[in-house]
Design a protein around this ligand. Sequence first.
Ligand code: TYC
Length: 99
Amino acid sequence: MPTNTEIELLHEVKIKHPKRYKVFLLNDDYTSMEFVIDILMTVFHKSYEQAQNIMLDIHKKEKGLCGVYTHEIAETKIVQVDKKAKDNGFPLKAVMEQE
Ligand code: TYC
């Protein structure tokens, strides 16, 4: 008689993990540092200190990782950044990349 574990193995229980997407903010010359910090805290739920570090990283290296999400959540973050930036007259952009 096979054990339960063996039966489970025979049935090959497969869990489908959703693909994950990295969301980055891009550097530009016009968006204020304060605004980027605000975006990182409100949209990406970073602490003030984390937000400051990520913002400075982007400022120096052209883009910075803000978080990793499922496709739908990553897309929502990008739309939120777009709307807030537009409302405040900044050209700030976010992009996503499959992990
Ligand atoms: N480079 C901008 C400045 O000097 C600041 C900035 C940082 C803009 C990060 C966008 O994603 C960004 N005001």
